[in-house]
Design a protein around this ligand. Structure first.
Ligand code: PNS
Length: 162
């Protein structure tokens, strides 16, 4: 059974993430989408909120499971019997960081291979960081994130304003 992990911050998950999830789910037996617990000290969404949103947007993909992990990615991979890590590559600018991380992870765990998937070009400029910034100014993010995520972000910024 090929069980592959797609780790990330997903704060929040975007249409680009969902595109990578769909592509990966077609080529593996089980795709484990793994939300990192310790990445950002000041996230917009709590880890549980991010998991809940991912579960909603992946509801139609039966071989996708959403989990959280804490600590090193290579340790989570080892514990779960994961075959490989999937990462999305949007543009050349992503490459240097991703290449460095893939090689470091393989150095830490020789069995840990990283596979790169390119999202559709229409998503290549989308990032969670930009989505948060646009939404914080009440800009229109409807083309960049699933509707359930857009609603949750606007609600979050409204709560923050109170
Ligand atoms: O969505 P992101 O923020 O690009 O995801 C980065 C993530 C969570 C995959 C990366 O920061 C990570 O693996 N964090 C866990 C800690 C770890 O293993 N760090 C060493 C990486 S070489």
């Amino acid at each position: 059974m090929k069980r592959v992990m797609y780790p990330g911050s997903f704060d929040p998950a975007t249409n680009g993430h969902l595109d990578v999830i769909r592509r990966a789910s077609r080529i593996v037996d089980e795709l484990v989408v793994a939300v990192a617990r310790n990445n950002d000290k000041c996230p917009l969404f709590s880890v549980n909120e991010r998991v809940a949103l991912l579960n909603q947007i992946c509801a139609q993909l039966p071989n996708v499971k959403v989990i959280t992990f804490e600590g090193l990615l290579v340790d989570a991979v080892r514990e779960l019997g994961i075959t490989a890590i999937i990462r999305g590559l949007r543009a050349v600018s992503d490459f240097e960081y991703e290449f460095q991380m893939a090689l470091m992870n393989r150095e830490l765990n020789a069995a840990c291979e990283t596979l790169f998937l390119m999202p559709s070009p229409e998503y290549s400029f989308i990032s969670s960081h930009l989505i948060r910034e646009i939404a914080s100014w009440r800009g229109d993010i409807s083309a960049f994130v699933p509707p359930v995520v857009a609603d949750a972000i606007y609600q979050k910024y409204e709560e923050k304003q109170k």
